[in-house]
Design a protein around this ligand. Structure first.
Ligand code: HEM
Length: 461
């Protein structure tokens, strides 16, 4: 006999909506896991949504013969811009299969290595901006989240479609970036807002304007490239000129535009959040910062960072892995059972189609895998073969299986380059040493209100 899945008390009509923090639902998901344990369910406006929080259950649902990705709530809103683009497509949609097969090779490690100089171009703009911030006085405060967002957006636009957004050359974020941020926040909020409240808020016009700003840019970039072809192996040319090996079909202009926008959305907030969390963790863990600085000085010294350096920098890799364990920027992912099934060795019955949230934030803290100090930032737990010896799927910040992150190698190279360069070139400190982590949540998460000083290094390695 199966057991009932625990659920907090619900209110008629709205169910458990009030159980979720309206700005940062992550806080509530984490708190509910402390109260209810490895599994609980919520009724969100009439839909039952299950959260799983332990490694054992996350491992069980990482089985693609029984479970598949679900596009629900917030992601259905995001589809209004990117439709069947890779991230928001239903796996059954033919457009997903064509784009997946056509783009997978272009996102491989070797083509990504070929993008190193473009990544460096944008990284140099960050270094220049931070170096000149001293002209605002020795105590000028920097907002790393803002700077890294400019960096990652410009990097993905430049590498994937040879398009310069030039975010470092404007005081405010460019209109496209501002529209995207507002659109993503609004998409997330709409997923837990009753229709009647949505009608009263009446912000549809602004939402539609943001959608238009974004789709217009995607369409313009494709049209411009079709009118003025260039001879370059970027992702835009791959999409324009390649054929799916399975069906022989290419991608049409609409599908290319939706996927370009997908890269911009999926490829910037996740990486900029990761960089910002990393700065936070390092500043709060001086011993880790000291070890990383020593490794950067020994392996790279004061010459430019190269791709070949990364395999000789185990501590850098450990810092990145530990950051994505403790603060995974995609903190949850949605799946559903393909057929009626049970979870936990027959304990809990779940109907086919029921949304299940794999709460990566919670499972990355499971003491059975990570120990009693799971809440601590400790890169050493990723060193000396310990990462490789983890149980299968215990670390999954990039998702899982067929629908796992296509941009993983891209993000890894970009973040390695930027982190190594920042540590090589600047002395970092917190503006407010007593700052403790607060989170800003859209589709992804990042630190909120973090401010730092970054002074060009005086002592050369
Ligand atoms: C999918 C995380 C960077 C493009 C995903 C998924 C996760 C993820 C968890 C699976 C989502 C799900 O199952 O619903 C991350 C993290 C990143 C990162 C943590 C950086 C630290 C990037 C970059 C790109 C990208 C740089 C650039 C293009 C995508 C796309 C998908 C995806 C297109 C959908 C793949 C598919 O379903 O076919 N990512 N991502 N990501 N990511 Fe990333």
């Amino acid at each position: 006999m199966s057991l009932p899945i625990p659920q907090p008390p619900a209110i008629p009509f709205i169910g458990n909506v009030a159980s979720l923090d309206k700005d940062v639902p992550l806080y509530s998901y984490a708190l509910l896991a402390k109260t209810y344990g490895e599994i609980y369910q919520l009724n969100i406006l009439g839909t039952t949504i299950i959260s799983i929080n332990s490694y054992a259950l996350a491992h069980e649902v990482s089985d693609e013969t029984r479970f598949k990705k679900i596009i629900a709530a917030g992601l259905l809103e995001v589809r209004k811009v990117v439709g069947d683009g890779l991230f928001t497509a239903f796996t059954e949609e033919p457009g997903w299969g064509i784009a997946h097969r056509l783009l997978m090779p272009a996102f491989g490690t070797i083509p990504i290595k070929g993008m190193m100089e473009e990544m460096r171009d944008i990284c140099d703009q960050l270094v220049k901006k931070v170096s000149t911030s001293e002209r605002f006085g020795p105590h000028a405060a920097l907002d790393p989240s803002d700077d890294f967002t400019r960096l990652t957006l410009d990097t993905i636009a430049y590498c994937s479609m040879s398009f310069r957004l030039n975010s470092f050359y404007t005081e405010k974020q460019p209109p496209f970036a501002a529209a995207m941020v507002d659109f993503l926040i609004e998409s997330d909020r709409r997923s837990t807002r009753p229709r009647v409240v949505q009608a009263l808020i009446g912000n549809n016009a602004k939402f539609e304007r943001d959608i238009k700003t974004m789709t217009d840019l995607g369409d313009e970039i494709v049209a411009e490239r079709q009118a003025n072809p260039i001879d370059k192996k970027d992702l835009l040319n791959t999409m324009l000129h390649s054929r799916d090996p399975q069906t022989g079909k290419g991608m049409d202009a609409d599908s290319i535009s939706r996927n370009l926008l997908t890269f911009l959305i999926a490829g910037h907030e996740t990486s900029s959040g990761m960089l910002t969390f990393m700065v936070y963790h390092l500043l709060k863990t001086p011993e880790a910062l000291r070890k990383l600085r020593a490794e950067v000085d020994e392996v790279i010294g004061d010459r430019p960072v190269q791709c070949e350096d990364f395999s000789r920098m185990p501590y850098l890799t450990a810092v990145m892995r530990e950051t994505l364990r403790l603060t995974p920027t995609a903190s949850k992912r949605g799946i559903t059972p393909i057929h009626d099934t049970t979870l936990g060795g027959g304990k809990y019955f779940v109907k086919a189609g029921t949304p299940i949230l794999v709460q990566v934030w919670n499972m990355h803290r499971d003491p059975l895998v990570w120990g009693e100090d799971a809440e601590e930032f400790r890169p050493e737990r990723m060193l000396d073969g310990k990462f490789e010896a983890l149980p299968p799927q215990a670390w999954q910040p990039f998702g899982f299986g067929l629908r796992g992150c296509i941009g993983r190698a891209f993000a890894w190279q970009e973040v390695s380059l930027v982190l190594a360069t920042v540590i090589q070139r600047f002395d970092l400190s917190l503006v407010d040493p007593s700052y403790t982590l607060q989170i800003k949540q859209t589709i992804t998460i990042k630190p909120k209100g973090l401010q730092i000083h970054a002074r060009p290094r005086t002592a050369k390695p």
